[in-house]
Write a protein that binds this ligand. Structure first.
Ligand code: BGC
Length: 761
C-alpha cells in the first residue's frame, strides 16, 4: 500500500514538475489549455509534435515528401518547413485540423533571414548600419510579409559571433562583436515578435545557431569548436543570451561540436546553460538533420544519439525523423523519461497557443488581396533602399573622387555592373532575383543619360570547376564568348574614353552563406587582372564591391582611388548604391568585422588580448609577423563619409567610479566637412588589470548623430559598474577594482583616450 502511495505521489510530483507555474492569468489559461490537450494525447502524438517535416514546391503547389500527407493526418508531424503562400499552407493545415485525431494545427517555419519578399541587404551589411531602429524595422517588415504568406516562424536571427572571414556564413550574422551582436539580436527579436505573438503580423523568431557555430576551426563550415569557458561566456555567448532575454520564442542548435560534445546532444548547453542558468522558456529545434549527424561525429548509433538529443533538451527534430523513429522505443526502454517528452511537446504546443493557432489555425492564411496589400509595398521598397544606403561602407575616397559628377563620362566596368542576380544574396526567402536591377540600370535610369559607357571587362570567375559548383545551386554564372584578353582590351578602350571608371566587382551570392567557405578571400584573380589593366590607363577608379564577407584588399587599397563596400544590398540595392555613388545620400556604414591585410592574419579581431611581448618592430622576440604588419587593413567600426568628423574634449565626470554610481562621459563631435552626415560614435573600455586577462578594448556603447556641416554636438555616455563586468574564471559576473582606459571615437583604432578607477567602496 505504502509503495503504491509512494509511486503515485512520485508520478504526481513528476507531472507537477512538468507544468510551469505562473501567476500571469493569460499564461495560466494557456497552461490549462495545454494540460487538457496533453491529457488526450498518446505518446506517439506527443512525439509527433516534436517532429518537423520538410516539404518543397513544384509549379502547381507543394510537393510532399514521401508519406508527409499521411504523417500529418495521423498526427505524426507538428511542424512543416519549406513552403509558404496562404494556399499551400492552408492545404496542409486542413489535413492537420480536419483529418488528425486531435486536430492540432501545424507550425509553418521558413528561413526569412533578411527579408521575405522585399529583400534587405544581407545581415552583415545590415549590421554595418549600426542602426537598431532600421534593423528592427526590417525584421518587422519581414515578419509582416512572411505572416501574410502563411508563415508562423522564421529561423532568424543568426547571432553567431564570427572572426574568420573564410567562413561563408559570416554574411548571415552581425559580425565579430558581442556587444553590438547582442543589441542586434534584441532588435531583430523585437522586430519579428513585437512582444505580442497574438498579432497576425508577428512571427516566432529563432536564435541560432546555439552555440559557437561561428568559431568553426579554419573557417570551414560545420567544423569542430573547442573553446575555454571564459572565452565562451565573455565573447561568444552574449548575443544568444541577449536573444533569450529579449523573449525569442525558439532556439536552434548548431551543427558543430563543443569541446567534444555535438551541440545537438549537449546537455550542458541545452539544459544546464539555456534552461537552468538563463531560465529560457521557449522551445529548441535542431538544425536540420543534426541528430543523425551525431553518428558521424562519433557519438553513438542513431538510436543512441536520438536519446542523447532528447535528454540534452531538444524539443523538435528538424527533418531527420529520428525522434519519430526511435522515440516510443526509447521511452519504453527507459532511456528517455516520459516527462521529458511531455515537456518538449508542451513547449511546442505553447508556441502554437501563443500564435493563436488553436483559436484559428488559418489566421495566417490571409486573402490574396490582403497579402498583396502587405507585400512588396512601396513602404517596404523604400525601407529596403534606406537599408541599402545605410549599409554601404566607404572604405577609401582619395581626393574625394566620390560622389560622382553625373555629368562626367563614367565607364561602368566589371562583372557586377550589369549583373543583378546576386543582389538579394543567399537565403533570399520569397525574394525574386529578377526584381533587383543592376547598378548600370540604376545609374542610367537615374539620369537618363547616354554619357555613361559600359564594358564587361572580365567574367565573374574563370575557374570552371568552381563555376560548376556554384551554378548547381542557382548562381547562373555565364562565361563570355570572348577571350579574357579581348575582354580586358575592350574595357581598357572604354576606360580611356571616360573621365572616371566605376569597377563593379566581387563574389557571386553563392560564394558566401552556408557551405561556402573560401580558403582565399581575395577578389578572384581574373578580376584583379582587369583592375591592374584599368589602373594602367591612369583614370581614377572607384571600386564598388558586392560580396558576402570581408575580403583581403591590400592591393586594391593601394591602387584604387575609392572603394565602396556594398555587400549584397537587396531588392533596392542598386538604387541605394547609386544614391551613394552620385551623392544623393552620404555613406555612414561602419564595418562590423575587421578586414585583414591578407588571409594569414586570420582570425583577426579588434577585441583581442595583449601578449607578454607586444609588438615592437625593432625587436626580434616580440609578437608579430615577419612579412606583414599586425594591424588590419580596415579596423572594426571603420567607415568614411563624404563629410569629416572631428572628436575633441573627451571628459569624464569623475576619475573614480564606485558601485551604484554613474560616470558621465562627454565628447564634442564636430562636422568639419562640407555636407550633412551621420556618424556612429563608439565607446570602448579596457580593464587594465584583472584576475583574468582582458581584451585590449571592448565596445560598451555607441550612438548615432546626424550633423549639418559645421555643426558641433556634445555626445554623452553613462558608465556604470555593470559596464565593467565580465565572467571571471569561476564564471561569476563581476566588476573588479582597478584602472580602466576609456576610448571614444569613430572606429576601434582612431580614438580619444581617458582613464578612471573603479573601487568597490
Ligand atoms: C541551416 C539553418 C537553417 C536550416 C533550415 C540549415 O542547413 O544551418 O540555418 O535555418 O538549414 O533551412
Amino acid at each position: 500500500m505504502n509503495k503504491i502511495i509512494f509511486i503515485a505521489s512520485f508520478y504526481l510530483l513528476a507531472a507537477y514538475a512538468c507544468q510551469p507555474s505562473s501567476t500571469d492569468p493569460k499564461e495560466k489559461e494557456m497552461h490549462r489549455y495545454v494540460d487538457r490537450l496533453m491529457r488526450k494525447m498518446t505518446l506517439e502524438e506527443k512525439i509527433g509534435q516534436m517532429t518537423q517535416l520538410v516539404v518543397g514546391f513544384d509549379i502547381t503547389g507543394p510537393v510532399l515528401n514521401e508519406g508527409v500527407e499521411e504523417k500529418i493526418k495521423s498526427g505524426a508531424a507538428g511542424s512543416v518547413l519549406g513552403i509558404y503562400t496562404p494556399e499551400a499552407t492552408r492545404k496542409l493545415q486542413e489535413m492537420a485540423v480536419n483529418d488528425s485525431r486531435l486536430k492540432i494545427p501545424l507550425l509553418f517555419g521558413y528561413d526569412v533571414i533578411h527579408g521575405h519578399r522585399t529583400i534587405f541587404p544581407i545581415n552583415l551589411g545590415l549590421s554595418a548600419s549600426w542602426d537598431m531602429t532600421l534593423i528592427e524595422q526590417t525584421a518587422q517588415a519581414a515578419a509582416d510579409e512572411a505572416a501574410a504568406d502563411g508563415l508562423h516562424w522564421t529561423f532568424s536571427p543568426m547571432v553567431d559571433i564570427a572572426r574568420d572571414p573564410r567562413w561563408g556564413r559570416v554574411s548571415e550574422g552581425a559580425g565579430e562583436d558581442p556587444y553590438l551582436g547582442s543589441r542586434i539580436a534584441e532588435a531583430m527579436v523585437r522586430g519579428y515578435e513585437q512582444d505580442d505573438l497574438s498579432r497576425n503580423n508577428t512571427i516566432l523568431s529563432c536564435i541560432k545557431h546555439f552555440a559557437l557555430y561561428g568559431a568553426a576551426e579554419a573557417g570551414r563550415d560545420y567544423n569542430t569548436v573547442d573553446m575555454s569557458d571564459v572565452r565562451m561566456y565573455n565573447e561568444y555567448l552574449p548575443p544568444y543570451k541577449a536573444g533569450a532575454e529579449a523573449g525569442a520564442a525558439s532556439f536552434m542548435t548548431s551543427f558543430n561540436e563543443i569541446n567534444g560534445v555535438p551541440a545537438t546532444g549537449n546537455r550542458w548547453l541545452l539544459t544546464d546553460l539555456l534552461r537552468k542558468e538563463w531560465e529560457y522558456k521557449g522551445f529548441v529545434v535542431t538544425d536540420y538533420a543534426s541528430i543523425p549527424e551525431m553518428v558521424n561525429h562519433g557519438s553513438g548509433n542513431e538510436q543512441e544519439v536520438t536519446a542523447m538529443a532528447i535528454n540534452a533538451g531538444v524539443d523538435m527534430d528538424m527533418v531527420s525523423e529520428a525522434i519519430s523513429r526511435y522515440g516510443t522505443e526509447l521511452v519504453k526502454s527507459g532511456k528517455v523519461a516520459k516527462k521529458t517528452i511531455d515537456m518538449a511537446c508542451r513547449r511546442v504546443l505553447e508556441a502554437k497557443y501563443k500564435l493563436g493557432l488553436f483559436e484559428d489555425p488559418f489566421r495566417y492564411c490571409v486573402s490574396e488581396k490582403e497579402k498583396h496589400q502587405r507585400t512588396f509595398t512601396l513602404r517596404y521598397q523604400l525601407l529596403a533602399r534606406e537599408a541599402a544606403i545605410k549599409s554601404v561602407v566607404l572604405l577609401k575616397n582619395d581626393n574625394q573622387v566620390l560622389p560622382l559628377n553625373a555629368e562626367a563620362k563614367i565607364a561602368f566596368i566589371g562583372p557586377q555592373a550589369k549583373r543583378a542576380h546576386d543582389l538579394i544574396g543567399s537565403w533570399s526567402a520569397a525574394g525574386l532575383r529578377d526584381e533587383a536591377i543592376s547598378l548600370w540600370e540604376a545609374a542610367t535610369k537615374r539620369y537618363e543619360k547616354n554619357n555613361y559607357l559600359y564594358a564587361l571587362g572580365c567574367n565573374l570567375l574563370e575557374d570552371t570547376g568552381l563555376i560548376d559548383k556554384l551554378n548547381r545551386f542557382g548562381s547562373k554564372i555565364q562565361q563570355s564568348e570572348k577571350t579574357p584578353q579581348a575582354l580586358i582590351q575592350e574595357a581598357v578602350a572604354v576606360a580611356r574614353k571616360s573621365d572616371i571608371v566605376v569597377a563593379a566587382m566581387g563574389e557571386a551570392f553563392s560564394m558566401s552563406g552556408e557551405a561556402a567557405s573560401r580558403s582565399s578571400i581575395e577578389l578572384p584573380e581574373n578580376q584583379k587582372e582587369l583592375l591592374k589593366a584599368l589602373k594602367q590607363t591612369g583614370k581614377p577608379i572607384v571600386l564598388v564591391l558586392m560580396n558576402g564577407r570581408p575580403l583581403a584588399l591590400s592591393w586594391e587599397d593601394e591602387n584604387m582611388d575609392a572603394i565602396l563596400e556594398t555587400w549584397f544590398a537587396g531588392t533596392a540595392g542598386s538604387q541605394g548604391i547609386a544614391d551613394v555613388l552620385f551623392g544623393g545620400a552620404n555613406p555612414s556604414g561602419k564595418l562590423t568585422m575587421t578586414y585583414p591585410r591578407n588571409i594569414g592574419q586570420v582570425p583577426i579581431y579588434y577585441n583581442h588580448k595583449n601578449t607578454g611581448r607586444p609588438i615592437r618592430e625593432e625587436e626580434k622576440y616580440t609578437s608579430k609577423y615577419l612579412d606583414t604588419p599586425n594591424d588590419p587593413l580596415y579596423p572594426f567600426g571603420y567607415g568614411l563619409s563624404y563629410t569629416s568628423f572631428q572628436y575633441s574634449d573627451l571628459q569624464l565626470s569623475a576619475d573614480c567610479l564606485a558601485p551604484g554610481q554613474t560616470l558621465s562621459v562627454s565628447v564634442t563631435l564636430e562636422n568639419t566637412g562640407k555636407r550633412e552626415g551621420t556618424e556612429t560614435i563608439q565607446l570602448y573600455l579596457h580593464d587594465k588589470t584583472a584576475s583574468i586577462t582582458r581584451p585590449v578594448k571592448e565596445l560598451k556603447g555607441f550612438q548615432q548623430a546626424r550633423l549639418a556641416s559645421g555643426e558641433s554636438k556634445t555626445i554623452r555616455f553613462d558608465i556604470t559598474e555593470e559596464d565593467l563586468k565580465f565572467y571571471n574564471s569561476d564564471l561569476q559576473w563581476v566588476a573588479e577594482p582597478g584602472e580602466f582606459d576609456l576610448f571614444v571615437g569613430g572606429n576601434s583604432r582612431d580614438l580619444l583616450q581617458a582613464s578612471f578607477k573603479y573601487s568597490a567602496k
